[in-house]
Design a protein around this ligand. Structure first.
Ligand code: PHE
Length: 438
């Protein structure tokens, strides 16, 4: 008997191992997003405020390179786990590298700053794809709890991402940058302790590395059938739109974060709060709205939009955020009077609606469309779209001080709206390529 069939001892009747992975990923994302809430602000803050004093163009390009590298490294990270370490050890090693990376940032010198970024990039590449793969392994292939398990896991991600800007942002912006980065490192360390203590619950998940194939090339025969070619082509088309989506979405930690810091009134009822706290709003919306979306798709039944249609909706909504900010920055005027934080709260609401239309759909469509023997490779390719999107996002955010903001955010809105329109026109041909997969 498969043990995952009988194991209901964890969160919400799920396998006990899910509890371990839920908290490990919660703490990992706590550290990732807590540090990220501070990163660009720290780079652009002048020396008198203890920052690095980079101009926005340079800071945004380092930021974009860093966040894109994090997702790019998922490809070698997945490979190393599959062929060498096994997922369980890859997650452990990744977590250790990440914690060391945050502590290295906390040392507060330029060389340790860059060393810290490199450590986090490598560590996240080892941890992030492999912990998700382990979640999948907790369930037998036909276990009906699998999707709900992934939804719970996504909640863990966003719980960590909601709380950490509050903690790290407060420490970093109010006490000292290094305390914020240090707190991110402490969070990852707690996650690691929890992971090691909870390893017994994981059963066999992530234990064995697959033996290396006799010949790496022969292992991935690219001799697709005609139907497979068409599905791979559908993935390729969606890939391009995914890049546009993430380029707009990932303004959150860069240009939106700068907007919060420079142009938003950061006080509620007369009490000031650190600008990085607004980084909590997006993940907070995810936690609030994910159940609504799960209900909505089921409720719509046969009228549920197809995957490419959801993609087009995702693009449309992610563009409404920049549209609002274009208006807000016109309201703020050329002298940069500060605007209400409600603008950003609404920006993140639209952005999250976009995320919930596109992000989970992207991952599951890849698993459904990909020829089964290369699904791992295609997942890596999918992460590549995030990497490219993040890179472009950094490049766009670099214009924060160069272009007037209504122009910058307006252009971003136009680019996403145009992409949404093109994709809407392509829905039928893409569905034909998908050949029966929705
Ligand atoms: N908020 C998500 C996370 O950190 C963003 C994401 C989606 C990242 C899909 C990777 C893949 O997990």
């Amino acid at each position: 008997m498969n043990r995952s069939d009988v194991d209901r001892g964890g969160l919400g009747g799920h396998p006990r191992g899910l509890t371990t992975l839920f908290f490990t990923e919660l703490w990992e994302r706590f550290s990732y997003y807590g540090m990220r809430a501070l990163l660009i602000l720290f780079m652009v803050a002048g020396a008198e405020r203890g920052g690095l004093g980079f101009d926005v163009k340079r800071a945004a390009s380092i930021y974009g390179l860093y966040t894109s590298a994090v997702y790019f490294m998922a490809i070698p990270g997945g490979w190393i786990a599959d062929r060498l370490l096994g997922q369980r050890r890859a997650v452990l090693c990744g977590g250790i590298l990440i914690a060391l990376g945050h502590f290295s940032l906390a040392v507060d010198t330029l060389p340790t700053f860059f060393a810290g970024l490199v450590l986090i990039v490598g560590g996240t590449g080892l941890l992030k794809p492999n912990i998700s793969a382990m979640v999948g392994q907790l369930y037998a292939p036909d276990d009906p709890r699998r999707d709900a398990g992934f939804s719970l896991f996504y909640m863990g991600i966003n719980l960590g991402a909601t709380v950490s800007p509050l903690v790290c942002g407060y420490l970093g912006q109010r006490i000292g940058w290094r305390w914020g980065f240090g707190a991110a490192g402490v969070g990852m360390t707690l996650g690691l302790v929890q992971y090691v203590l909870g390893a017994g619950r994981l059963g066999s998940a992530g234990l064995r590395a697959r033996p290396a194939p006799a010949s790496g090339v022969a292992a991935v025969p690219l001799r697709f059938t005609a139907a497979e070619w068409r599905r791979v082509a559908a993935i390729a088309v969606l890939f391009l739109f995914s890049v546009v989506f993430w380029a707009a979405f990932e303004q959150a930690g860069s240009s939106f974060n700068l907007f919060a810091d420079h142009l938003t009134r950061t006080s509620i009822l007369g009490r000031p709060f650190p600008s990085s706290w607004l980084q909590s709003v997006g993940p907070f919306w995810v936690i609030s709205l994910a159940p609504v979306f799960a209900w909505l798709w089921i409720r719509l039944g046969r009228r549920e939009p197809s995957s490419p249609a959801k993609f087009a909706l995702g693009l449309l909504f992610v563009g409404l955020g920049p549209l609002l900010l274009a208006i807000a920055s016109a309201v703020a005027g050329p002298h940069g009077e500060r605007v209400s934080p409600v603008w950003l709260v609404l920006v993140y609401l639209f952005q999250t609606i976009g995320e919930l239309c596109l992000s989970p759909v992207g991952l599951s469509t890849v698993t459904k469309l990909s020829p089964p023997r290369i699904v791992g490779l295609m997942m890596g390719v999918w992460f590549l779209s995030l990497a490219l999107g993040n890179y472009v996002a950094g490049w766009v955010a670099g214009y924060f001080e160069i272009l007037p903001l209504p122009q910058l955010f307006g252009a971003l809105f136009l680019a996403t709206a145009l992409s949404a329109l093109i994709l809407a026109l392509l829905i039928r041909p893409i569905r034909r390529l998908m050949g029966g997969v929705h």
